[in-house]
Design a protein around this ligand. Sequence first.
Ligand code: MG
Length: 379
Amino acid sequence: MTKPSGELAPYAAHEAQGKGRRYQEPAASYRGEYQRDRDRIVHSTAFRRLVYKTQVFVNHEGDLYRTRLTHSLEVAQIARTVARALLLNEDLVEAISLAHDLGHTPFGHAGQDALNACMGEFGGFEHNLQSLRVVDELEAKYADFPGLNLTFETREGILKHCSARNAQELGELGERFLERRQPALEAQIANIADAIAYNNHDVDDGFRAGLLSLDELRQQALFDEQYLAVHARYPELEDRRLIYEIIRSMINKVVTDLIDNTTRRLESLAPDSIEDIRAQRNPVVVLSDAVYKKHTALKQFLSKHLYRHDKVREMTDKAKLMIEVLFERYMSDPGQMSGEFCLSATANDANESTKARVVADYVAGMTDRFAIAEHDRVN
Ligand code: MG
């Protein structure tokens, strides 16, 4: 089944119907608006830093593990495949995928948890909201506006979840969280492509690190079904290549299911426009029940056996401590932060809460290795 590229379904995100940018700009002469968003993201400082930020393993532990940059590229690859097959906007889905993790702290989820705890009395810290803050406020690259001034649709896709309190402060972008509506299909695709990407690359990284064994992985239906199929075809294959064959088959299985199941849902809903999609109570881009169960079981398995593995924990405990030390240090002595962060934190009208947000922005923007170096420097 080959679908023509270029022609979009009526319920796709059509640029002509887009809700535009926060600050009006003249149209680009040879690029579409979502292409332009993607290009702005690729040229951002936060995007470049993703190469030195971890997903599960700390960046300096080995050169072969995923970083947030390679993770984001894998998400974009999966998301574009799905978008093209469903006649949806590939440029938009790519922009969202590449931007979705821009707000992540150093040291993966351990860093996020630690920073959120530090920010407890100042409104907390949430990496997803931070990704939006990066593209809306923190990137300082344009003379005419703060941030990257991305389109509504890209920003809608970046903001995957949001508390009611935060949603109230986000205007039109926050409305769907208060009214229980859905984002565009392109945003829904990027969201699930994220989960498909990490489920699969974490199996690879976990196996390579020696933290997951073939026998353990075979307890997972999604893995074992593909293991049996690959093993039947290549009984002599060594483990390393076997794992790659299995992972490739797992991605293919889940992505095919996602495309087929979503196609069926779209046929029965028969939406006419992007607004029909936004009016839905539940996501439209979903796996079939059977595959969803196996995909979720694998996710839970990884959470228990990899993310909470003693060796990973040992590292994440250290990472948490480093974030706490850095936060406290900058709060008590903002002069330790670089230029504009120091200025914003010590401005006359800056109260404790403003200062804490500046410190959180500074710490969240760090790469793993810069955070380690800074921790050693201020300690
Ligand atoms: Mg992600």
